[in-house]
Design a protein around this ligand. Structure first.
Ligand SMILES: Nc1nc2c(c(=O)[nH]1)N[C@H]1C(S)=C(S)[C@@H](COP(=O)(O)OP(=O)(O)OC[C@H]3O[C@@H](n4cnc5c(=O)[nH]c(N)nc54)[C@H](O)[C@@H]3O)O[C@H]1N2
Ligand SMILES: Nc1nc2c(c(=O)[nH]1)N[C@H]1C(S)=C(S)[C@@H](COP(=O)(O)OP(=O)(O)OC[C@H]3O[C@@H](n4cnc5c(=O)[nH]c(N)nc54)[C@H](O)[C@@H]3O)O[C@H]1N2
Ligand SMILES: [Mo]
Length: 680
């Protein structure tokens, strides 16, 4: 009998949410490929997912629950049964809660799976438990905050409009790595004559594919956009008719803010010569339908929300929105297409419990909060690797009085600190419903293969825990498929009956936003709001980054790689070797100044930590910026720590996001000792 081909969906945190075809033989996935019938995927999968079967059937998969036998962090465990593990967790929680109250338990989860059911399935459980709530803001809430300040609830335009643009701007997005289908659309526009710009902090593969690459100082894009708008207004390149009919606050912005933003003055903050800013302004204004695809890279800064807000003013001033292909695209929000509250069950919360920022896990685990966090339950996230201020996180995880449970597919950096590890299914072993954030489509899928070993899905574990707690709430006895059906069985303008039926059948289907994006501005004033009095800053203006005040000479950019996704995929040896090890890229001039040579071990350090890298001397990075790609598991790091030992718990100006890219360091050839004082 030949292989059986099953439709599935890529579960990872990526705008594309691809459709996949999985070949199954004897209960094992033997091959995966891109679904040619999927509107975005069109048969093309990324290098990470091409061999998803190697992740699913990796010899590193956890197959039984484990109980810790050695000191925390050492990774010594012995197998236990599920019932023993559940019984132990529940009795521990009952004890802790009777002494400290429910808020002493903190759930920690993020984006291991993006499926609406599995991703959110801890919420009802922890709400009923009365646990602290996690503010899930590690990724890019500053992007939403910046967009909303100007555009309110205006839905995003169709991303495929890009193909009609004559100037495609990939801004703070390494699309070759993180959005391969947007890259394909950009190339299609280019074949039709569009110019392609990439604006980044170093020469990424996306820059190599562009007609023009503009290399800015980290966090300097707001200055660039202000400089461009200064030129546009100064030279009469603003579209006055469009502004009169559609924009609020332009006159004031042009009178109060832009006069101080001449390119000569913006040049230092954005790192581009004044003449380049002038040229960018003229070409942007001359383009009929410039399409800005805004990534998340430039949002993870102390000024990230303001940067997005400032960039969002560009097409309002040039009038680009009027033409197909013109405007800014930050991502879609299709939340209203499904009644997610039927899964998250806020109504299970007796009272609103405290919110702790996931970006400040280190502080939550080591600080003086009352009640203290006495138990951490981690699922589909790897905070010991991905969360800022790794030293603080690890210090917290080392606490002997912290009861830590980690539900994982692999023995990650976080799982090594667990008291109890629970084996998790991969997406091929569970049912779910997916929607994408880089476009407008949705797809459901059922398990393609049986669970590997004794692995269980997030939802199944919360059902078991609910029983272990002695709750008789019928909700927790539903299956993941029941929950999918609860999400589907709901009237909404986003989809009609036929679409919903096709969803039930596992087809990828388009979702229809109830209102038109362009011209129907969903703001309080009904206009694009350059001025917004509900913001702390009523007008966009130049804000500094956090790192600018830190006193270390080099800006550290931690960037994404084609061959991993945050800390996922490090189990695949082939992908690790394609990445080529954890390295720090540095400009030859910076290296020479420090007497450092290509290939040597170096230490990057700041007031938070010290991290060892292999040095890569290259002109791909500009003077003053150093770059590392990937978020490596500690077992594959050259030293004791990953890059997040250098990132801080400080938050963005809007959205309380992480500032993972807003980092200053010094780099030396030898150990310096952490907590060194900044020079200068
Ligand atoms: N292959 C791969 N794909 C991924 C991921 C991955 O790790 N690997 N991660 C997934 C996730 S969770 C997310 S959120 C998305 C993120 O995907 P993107 O939106 O592409 O965001 P980043 O990769 O974080 O940053 C994009 C680019 O911004 C640059 N950058 C950093 N700071 C600045 C700045 O101040 N100005 C400018 N102009 N550029 C800057 C970085 O160097 C990087 O090349 O990708 C998803 N897809
Ligand atoms: N320095 C630096 N730090 C970063 C970033 C960066 O670019 N630089 N990127 C940041 C961004 S944008 C994000 S979104 C975060 C992401 O941070 P996380 O959400 O923690 O994402 P991953 O690192 O992919 O880890 C997800 C884990 O979930 C597990 N998993 C997958 N599926 C399931 C499942 O169904 N159930 C369970 N229980 N487990 C599962 C995987 O094995 C994996 O270990 O990291 C952030 N951290
Ligand atoms: Mo993210």
């Amino acid at each position: 009998m030949g292989p059986n081909i099953v439709r599935s969906v890529c579960p990872y945190d990526c705008p594309d949410t691809c459709g996949m075809l999985v070949e199954v033989e004897d209960g094992r996935a033997v091959r995966v490929s891109g679904d040619p019938g999927h509107p975005t995927t069109r048969g093309l999968l990324c290098p990470k997912m091409n061999h998803y079967e190697r992740t699913v059937h990796s010899p590193r998969r956890l197959t039984t629950p484990l109980m810790r036998t050695g000191p925390k962090g050492e990774g010594r465990f012995e197998p236990v049964s599920w019932s023993e593990a559940i019984e132990r967790i529940c009795s521990c929680w009952k004890g802790l809660i009777s002494s400290y109250g429910g808020e002493c338990v903190l759930p920690y989860s993020y984006a291991g799976t993006m499926g609406l059911v599995q991703r959110n399935s801890g919420h009802p459980f922890f709400h009923k438990l009365g646990a602290s709530r996690l503010e899930r803001t590690i990724c890019s809430p500053a992007k939403d905050a910046g967009w909303k300040a100007v555009m309110g609830d205006t839905p995003a335009m169709e991303p495929t409009e890009m193909e009609q643009s004559d100037l495609v701007i990939l801004w703070g997005i390494n699309a070759v790595a993180t959005s391969i289908h947007a890259m394909r659309d950009a190339q299609a526009a280019r074949r039709r004559g569009a110019r392609l710009w990439a604006i980044d902090t170093y020469r990424t593969p996306t820059c190599e594919a562009a007609d023009d690459a503009f290399i800015v100082r980290p966090g300097g894009d707001g200055a660039l956009a202000l400089g461009m708008m200064h030129v546009m207004v100064r030279d009469g390149l603003a579209d006055r008719a469009f502004i009169r009919d559609n924009v609020l606050g332009f006159e004031e912005f042009a009178e109060k803010v832009l006069p101080d933003c001449a390119p000569e003055r913006m040049s230092a903050a954005c790192g581009l010569p004044a003449a380049v800013i002038e040229r960018m302004a003229r070409e942007f204004a001359a383009a009929k339908a410039p399409f800005i695809r805004l990534g998340s890279g430039l949002t993870r800064y102390g000024n990230g929300a303001m940067t997005v807000r400032t960039i969002a003013c560009l097409p309002a001033i040039s009038g680009a929105w009027q033409r197909p292909g013109g405007g800014v695209f930050t991502g879609t929000s299709t939340g209203a297409a499904f009644p997610l509250h039927r899964v998250t069950r806020e109504d299970f919360m007796a009272r609103p419990t405290r919110l702790l920022s996931m970006n400040q896990l280190g502080a939550a685990l080591t600080g003086l909060d009352d009640p203290p966090v006495m138990s951490l339950y981690v699922y589909h996230s790897n905070p010991a690797s991905v969360t800022p201020d790794q030293n603080a996180v690890i210090k917290g995880l080392e606490r002997n009085d912290l009861f830590t449970v980690v539900h994982e597919r692999f023995l990650t950096d976080t799982a090594r600190y667990a008291d109890i590890v629970l084996p998790a299914t991969s997406s091929l072993e569970q049912s779910d419903l997916y929607r994408c954030y880089g476009g407008y489509h949705s797809q459901r899928c059922s398990a393609a293969i049986p669970p590997v070993g004794e692995a269980r899905s997030n939802w199944e574990v919360f059902s078991l825990l609910a029983m272990g707690m002695g709750w008789d709430e019928p909700f927790f006895r539903l299956s993941a498929d029941d929950l999918v059906e609860q999400l589907l069985d709901f009237d909404t303008p986003w989809r009609d009956r036929e679409t919903t039926q096709r969803l039930r059948d596992g087809e990828p289907v388009p979702l229809t936003p109830p209102s038109e994006a362009k011209g129907d501005w969903k703001t309080l004033s009904g206009r694009i709001e350059i001025r917004n009095d509900r913001e702390a800053e009523p007008l966009p203006r130049l804000l500094p980054t956090h790192a600018a005040g830190d006193g270390f000479p080099l800006r550290l950019q931690s960037a994404t790689t084609t061959f991993a996704l945050n800390s996922s995929f490090y189990e695949q040896e082939d992908l690790r070797s394609k990445q080529g090890g954890m390295a720090l890229m540095m400009h030859p001039r910076d290296a020479a100044e420090r007497g450092l040579a290509d290939g040597q071990r170096v230490m990057a350090c700041n007031g938070l930590g010290e991290v060892e890298f292999a040095l890569k001397v290259t002109e791909r990075v500009p003077v003053g910026t150093v770059v590392t790609e990937g978020v490596w598991w500690r077992e594959f790091c050259p030293g004791e720590r990953g890059v997040n030992a250098l990132t801080s718990q400080r938050l963005t100006d809007g959205g309380r996001g992480s500032t993972l890219y807003d980092v200053a360091v010094e780099v030396r050839g030898e150990r310096i000792g952490i907590g060194i004082t900044p020079v200068g």
